[in-house]
Design a protein around this ligand. Structure first.
Ligand code: SF4
Ligand code: SF4
Length: 257
């Protein structure tokens, strides 16, 4: 039987922010959204790409043999399920009670057959999984076979959502409601960007009404993606980093379990 391959942007070990415990995060390449603040702009295209950091280039002229100074970095490597399982198994010793693997991106559901294969293999081996998704795509089989869904609702207003992410928010809201019919726990999140009227009160009220959304978190924006976007030859807008006071104020008005 042939198994699907996937294009993976990166594998990060000892992740502490991609779900409970210590995790291995697998970043899939490709996303149907194009968020103006994306932390991982190298994960938006479904094709391999080269990032170029001119400040690291020593002008050695050896590009054809591969860059030794990380000035040119190829993003996107194909993995078979066996190869990726091998990478995951290397980290088993530190998962402990809560940790495991988070499939993130990009949008892991953009390569769903491979994702499902990995979820089934992890479950068979007793490895807990989380899927971090834009929820623009709904896939019941995938969502039933993971232990946790990490999903954002970024902006309430459809016009604003379209202009800052490139797609309508309506399918995402609908998919959150469909998730409510499953028993898989969900952590909802909103990246907080002070310049955008995101409607966080409405978002939090909406998510509060969905029983399996066990947690809702507000994540302060950080311009972490701008350097990577530049290295891809793209320009990413820089927003303001919310202050502690700003975060406290919006938290005060949000419905949080
Ligand atoms: S190999 Fe790397 S450091 Fe050398 S010229 Fe090419 S990009 Fe620059
Ligand atoms: S959904 Fe996530 S990965 Fe996709 S463009 Fe937006 S921030 Fe980036």
């Amino acid at each position: 039987m042939t198994h699907p391959k996937a294009l993976i942007a990166d594998i990060q070990r000892f992740s502490l922010h991609d779900g409970p415990g210590i995790r291995t995060t697998v970043f899939f390449k490709g996303c149907p959204l194009n968020c103006a603040w994306c932390h991982n702009p190298e994960c938006i295209s479904f094709a391999p790409e080269t990032l170029f950091y001119p400040d690291r280039c020593v002008g050695c002229g050896g590009c054809a043999e591969g860059c030794f100074s990380d000035a040119k970095v190829l993003c996107g490597k194909e993995y078979t399920p066996d190869e990726l399982m091998e990478e995951i198994r290397r980290d088993l010793s530190y998962y402990g009670e809560d940790g495991g693997v988070t499939f993130s991106g990009g949008e892991p559901l953009g390569q769903r057959d491979f994702l499902l294969e990995m979820l089934l293999r992890c479950r068979k081996e007793g490895i807990r999984t989380a899927v971090e998704t834009s929820l623009y795509i709904f896939d019941e089989e995938v969502f039933r076979n993971t232990d946790l869904i990490l999903a954002d609702l970024k902006i309430w207003d459809d016009g604003l959502h379209r202009s800052f992410t490139g797609v309508s928010v309506e399918p995402i809201k609908e998919n959150f409601l469909r998730l409510g019919a499953l028993s898989t726990p969900v952590r909802g999140a909103t990246p907080v960007i002070p310049e955008i009227d995101q409607g966080i009160e409405e978002i939090s009220r909406f998510l509060y009404g969905i029983e399996n959304v066990r947690e809702y978190v507000l994540l302060p924006y950080h311009p972490i993606g701008t350097k990577k976007a530049e290295a891809l030859g793209k320009k990413q807008r820089v927003f303001s980093v919310p202050t502690k006071e700003f975060m406290k104020e919006i938290q005060r008005n949000a419905f949080i379990r």
